[in-house]
Design a protein around this ligand. Structure first.
Ligand SMILES: *Cc1c(COP(=O)(O)O)cnc(C)c1O
Length: 431
């Protein structure tokens, strides 16, 4: 595979953009190669600047659940664009998208649009703190909630220890108010939430974890979290930036029947344009400015192109049978992939599947939290990644991510991919 043009562009980019990329995961460092530069996409496919074609299993890290360039979304954005791209004033499209979100997501009675998932989560914890008058944020090891200071606490820091900044530039004064505990551990959860020395405003959780690889909540874990937070007057925030409109139209909360107080959304909600949102109980949302005193604003929030893309996307997702079909296709692929992996690397891999996302971990498993995920052989993942790319299969350049499926992936696409994957595993086992 010739990637000369990508190589040239990457070295040009490195001169004027830190690391050559505008988001660190794109740099492919952890899998031992340089990124390919993408020229265009259509359906389930991408083409790079050297003309190589790929079957895309990233889907822009989640948003492209309809595949790339779905005609109804492109048409909606084009129509909106002809009326102007930004007004800094209210538009009817904001109400249309808000209505779709409120109708779909059980916890959301009122919603505020922002421009990214990070903005949604940082605003949601500000709101939780403003509403409760308390300080501490509880999160889970391996949970990612965007790059705001409060969330950059090194995973694995013990319960009730002061947070240690996971990045230079984050003051300890800020992260001392963040406590990170293991996912799926009811005992640690209860011990932390009942600790009288902690002034806990909120708990934020990915109801299906997606940033330590895909990890399902153990049966009863979310229910326990809900009943404890309710009893203790702690605001429960579901970060559904990945799972929103992915785990079901109503997200993971609809799938599991557990309703948080606040919900953060992103990725799919913008249909490939920059949108985030946070919403929830009316009485809590009433604290947001200008209705209440908790300040949060955005020049491009509710941008008409982004609202149009979101509206067209959510409308398409509401089609009966959409999720059943997508989940069933993904489950079939997961089963086939698992059989191939087991045939060539017996006992050395495990698959976690959640609806239309899966992670193939290079560890015997089971993977149920950050620590168990960390037992994965990331060097082997790196080799797997490079072999897959050479076969035209475009994966996340990191072990602890998901493989995202869309309605544009046909059974034929996937069957052909499985044949190539068999070859990849043959090579991995031979080495
Ligand atoms: C991607 C992601 C975010 C951050 O969203 P951005 O739009 O990248 O700022 C937050 N939470 C979760 C669970 C995510 O996967």
């Amino acid at each position: 595979m010739n990637t000369d043009n990508s190589a040239r562009l990457f070295s040009a980019a490195c001169e004027i953009i830190p690391g050559g990329v505008n988001s660190p995961v794109r740099a492919c460092k952890s899998v031992g190669c340089d990124p390919v530069f993408i020229e265009k996409a259509s359906g389930a496919r991408l083409w790079d600047v050297d003309g190589n074609e790929y079957l895309d299993f990233i889907g822009s890290w989640g948003p492209m659940i309809l595949g790339h360039n779905p005609p109804e979304v492109i048409e909606a954005v084009r129509a909106a664009m002809e009326n102007g791209t930004s007004f800094g004033a209210p538009t009817p499209l904001e109400i249309d998208l808000a209505r779709l979100v409120v109708d779909a997501v059980p916890s959301v009675e009122k919603v505020r649009f922002v421009s990214s998932g990070t903005e949604a989560t940082m605003s949601a914890i500000r709101l939780a703190r403003g509403y409760t008058g308390r300080k501490v944020v509880v999160k889970f090891d391996g949970g990612y909630h965007g790059h705001a200071d409060s969330f950059l606490v090194k995973a694995g820091s013990g319960v009730v220890t002061l947070g240690i900044p996971g990045s230079p530039g984050v003051p300890e004064d800020i992260v001392k108010n963040t406590v990170s505990i293991p996912y799926n551990n009811e005992e640690k959860l209860e011990e932390t939430l009942r600790n009288p020395d902690l002034d806990i405003a909120c708990v934020i959780i990915e109801p299906i974890a997606g940033n330590m690889g895909v990890v399902m909540p153990k049966p009863g874990f979310l229910e326990k979290l809900r009943s404890l937070t309710e009893e203790l007057g702690i605001v429960l925030i579901f970060d559904e930036v990945i799972t929103g409109f992915r785990a079901s139209l109503g997200g993971a909360q609809a799938r599991f029947g557990v309703t948080p107080d606040l919900t953060c959304l992103g990725k799919i909600i913008g249909g490939g344009l920059p949108v985030g949102a946070y919403g929830g109980r009316k009485d809590i949302m009433a604290h947001i400015a200008p209705e209440g005193p908790v300040y949060q604003a955005g020049t491009l929030s509710g941008n008409p192109l982004a609202m149009a893309a979101g509206k067209a996307t959510l409308t398409a997702l509401a089609r009966p049978g959409f999720y059943e079909e997508l989940d069933e296709k993904t489950a079939w692929f997961a089963k086939e992939l698992g059989e191939i992996a087991e045939r060539h690397l017996p006992g050395r891999t495990c698959i976690n599947l959640a609806g239309s996302v899966l992670t193939l971990f290079f560890t015997s498993g089971p993977v149920y939290d950050f620590e168990s995920a960390m037992t994965s052989d990331t060097d082997l993942y790196g080799r797997y990644y490079r072999e897959m790319l050479a076969q035209g299969l475009y994966l996340a350049p990191a072990q602890f991510e998901g493989m995202f499926f869309s309605s544009a992936h046909s059974r034929e696409d996937l069957a052909q991919a499985l044949e190539k994957i068999e070859d990849v595993f043959r090579k991995l086992s031979a080495a």
